[in-house]
Design a protein around this ligand. Structure first.
Ligand SMILES: [Zn+2]
Length: 128
C-alpha cells in the first residue's frame, strides 16, 4: 500500500548533553535527579518542576522494567522507510520512570524487559 505523505523537514536540532549521549554509547540510560527534592526525570531535565531548583545529578536508570503498552509500527515515518516492522513500547522501571523504547523479542503487556541501548537508541529486551 502506498500512502502519500508530506516530507518532514527538521528545523531544529535538539542538543542533548554529552553525559547522556556518552552513556547511551556505553549501553546505559541516564536520568536527572533533583539535589533538593529527589524528583527524577526522564528525559533528563535541567530544572526541577517539583521544587523549581536547577541543581541536578545524573543517575543511572534501573535496567529492568515492565512493559506497560506497545505498538507495532507498520507505517514507518520518514527516514525509517527501509526498516522492517518494529515495536515501540512504554516501559516503567522499579523507580517509577517511564521510557519509550524499541522492544526486542515477543512483546506482551506486563512482561519484564531489560533496558539497554544499541549505542544509538533505547532498547527493551523482553526477558523470557
Ligand atoms: Zn526538586
Amino acid at each position: 500500500m502506498q500512502v502519500d505523505a508530506i516530507p518532514l523537514a527538521l528545523r531544529y536540532k535538539i542538543q542533548y548533553p554529552d553525559e547522556f549521549i556518552n552513556a547511551i554509547k556505553r549501553g546505559e540510560i541516564l536520568a536527572t535527579k533533583c539535589k533538593n527534592c529527589g524528583a527524577t526525570y526522564f528525559p533528563p531535565q535541567r530544572d526541577c518542576y517539583n521544587c523549581g531548583k536547577n541543581e541536578m545529578d545524573w543517575v543511572k536508570i534501573d535496567n529492568e522494567g515492565e512493559l506497560m503498552t506497545y505498538s507495532i509500527v507498520f507505517q514507518k515515518p520518514q527516514g525509517f522507510e527501509n526498516y522492517d516492522n518494529y515495536v515501540i513500547g512504554i516501559v516503567k522501571t522499579k523507580d517509577n520512570i517511564s521510557l519509550m523504547v524499541w522492544i526486542k523479542g515477543e512483546p506482551k503487556v506486563g512482561t519484564k524487559v531489560r533496558l539497554t541501548t544499541d549505542g544509538i537508541r533505547l532498547i527493551g529486551e523482553v526477558i523470557k
